[in-house]
Every structure is written in C-alpha cells, then in structure tokens.
Design a protein around this ligand. Structure first.
Ligand SMILES: Nc1ncnc2c1ncn2[C@@H]1O[C@H](COP(=O)(O)OP(=O)(O)OP(=O)(O)O)[C@@H](O)[C@H]1O
Ligand SMILES: [Mg+2]
Length: 270
C-alpha cells in the first residue's frame, strides 16, 4: 500500500478527508427529557451534530429551547435520555478537565489576584512552569499589567477576560461558552466578540458557544446551529463564510441575518 493510500484510509477511518478537520464533538440522536412534577418535560429532540476540531460553532435559539442543557450534556454534567455525545470518539460520561466552561456569571474567585485565578488549574505544575503558561495567557487576553489586581478592581469585561484566560491556561481541547458576554454592556460585548475571535484564531481551540443573540452568532461563528423552541431540534445550520473582522454592513451579513430571523420565526422590521 502506498503512503498516500494508507493516509487516505487513515483519514477515512478518522471520519474526514485529507485537508479537512477531524470530528471533535459528535452529538448522535440526542434526546433529553426532564422530570416536571412526575411528567416528562421534552427539552431536546434528535440532535445530530458534528463539531470539527478547531471549529467555532454557535448554538443559537430562543430562551428555554435547551441550549444550556445541550452544552451540559456535552460537558458531562447531564446525561441524555437517548443518544450520545462523543469527543474524539470517546463517549462523554462525566466532566473532564480537558473540557472547560466559561459562563455568564463570573466564576472567578474574588479573593485571588488575576494571576492566581489563572493559576488555579495549574497547581500540579511547578512555579516556573506555571509562569511560562500564565504570563502568555494573560497577555493573550489583553490583561498584561493587571496580574496582581483583584477582581473587585476590574471592569466586567476584564473579569470575563480572566475567565477566558483561566479556561485557556489548562490547554483544553474544547471550550464551552454559555452566553459568556450576556452581562456586559453593549460596547464591551462588541469588543469581547472581536477578542474571542482573535483568541480562538491564536489558540486554535474548538469552541462551542451558546447565545440567543443573532448578531453575536454571525459576528463570531464559523457555523451557526439554530435550535427550535422547546423541545429543541436543529432547524438550520448556516456556514458563515465571511472573513474576520466581519463587515456588519455587507450584503452577505444581511442575508444570513434575514435567514436566521426567518428560521427563528421573528420579524425584525419594527
Ligand atoms: N435541571 C433541570 N431540571 C428540570 N428542568 C430543567 C432543568 N434544566 C433545565 N430545565 C428545563 O429545560 C428547558 C431548557 O432549559 P435550558 O436552560 O437548557 O434552556 P436555554 O435554551 O439555555 O435557555 P436560556 O436562553 O434562557 O438560557 C427549560 O424548560 C427548563 O425549565
Ligand atoms: Mg441557557
């Protein structure tokens, strides 16, 4: 067998073709019911989705459609009622340090400095090894000069950067973000969207990002997965083929926005 054929076979077995990224997070027929006073509450139905390695995917859908539940299933905090999620082919059976969450509420510790918050996941390493990771990570999120500051001395956007730095410091293979910028003012949100795209491009991490903000999804994602109202089913998947920084006034941007509003069943001409 020639090297090329062997490579092609290996790629096929990995579920990809040459030049195409490998599947990273794979949802197969995921259903989720919660119990509501003894009755099953259907929350997710038949979710099939492959997130490729290094991809930035947004899950977009109305409030209560099951976005956080889907993320929690992928993170191993909830189990599906039917179907399964695999990461690198291994079924997700529980939380794993290689997959980290960034939430809307600040999860950083108020009693620890920026440096020490970022160091939290690195305690198994020596001080010099920690520093070799922490400083570039703090630099990457734009917090250089604030290493010794405490959270109460930081703005909302800066606190969210600490969260992102803490997530990146452990070199996760997937980052789950659940409306991480929801509590920020609109200007800071815009800035953080640009930052997260830059950080994603630099770190090449796979990101699964939940939002109910149509513009946010078009500004940041490579692919947008639209969920219907509960029970959440995938109602559309849109590839955003626009270079960064994205021109919010471009015809393609407008076309995608119209399609998303149509899929979500909302009128945006008021
Ligand atoms: N642990 C739970 N037990 C019972 N019901 C739950 C639980 N978690 C979520 N639900 C229900 O599942 C549905 C989906 O909730 P989920 O938090 O996933 O929605 P969401 O799309 O993230 O909404 P939002 O955009 O408001 O954050 C809701 O009806 C919610 O009440
Ligand atoms: Mg949610």
């Amino acid at each position: 067998m020639s090297d090329e054929v062997a490579q092609a076979r290996a790629n096929e077995n990995a579920g990809s073709t040459p030049g195409e990224a490998r599947p990273k997070v794979v949802f197969e027929g995921v259903d989720k019911d919660f119990d509501q006073g003894g009755q099953p509450l259907p929350v997710l139905r038949g979710v099939d989705l492959t997130v490729k390695e290094g991809e930035f995917v947004c899950l977009l859908g109305p409030s209560g459609c099951g976005k956080s539940t889907l993320l929690n299933i992928a993170g191993g905090f909830e189990s599906p009622t039917a179907g399964r999620v695999t990461i690198d082919g291994d079924p997700v059976n529980g939380p794993d340090a290689r997959r980290v969450f960034v939430f809307q509420e600040y999860g950083i510790f108020p009693w620890a400095s920026v440096w020490d918050n970022v160091a939290l996941g690195l305690r198994h390493l020596g001080k010099a090894e920690q520093a070799a990771i922490i400083q570039p990570t703090i630099d990457m999120v734009g917090l250089q000069g604030f290493e010794r500051s405490y959270p109460m001395e930081l703005s909302g956007g800066m606190k969210q950067r600490v969260e992102v730095a803490r997530a990146l410091a452990v070199s996760p293979d997937v980052i789950y973000m659940d409306e991480p910028f929801g509590a920020l003012d609109s200007l800071t949100r815009l800035q953080m969207r640009a930052e997260i795209v830059r950080i994603w491009q630099e770190s090449q991490t796979t990101i699964l990002f939940v939002t109910h903000d149509v513009d946010e999804s078009i500004q940041i994602a490579e692919r947008i997965v639209v969920l219907s109202a509960r029970p959440g089913e995938i109602s559309d998947i849109i590839t955003v083929d626009l270079d960064h920084p994205r021109d919010l006034g471009s015809p393609e941007y407008g076309r995608i926005k119209n399609r998303l509003f149509e899929t979500l069943g909302v009128s945006h001409s008021i």
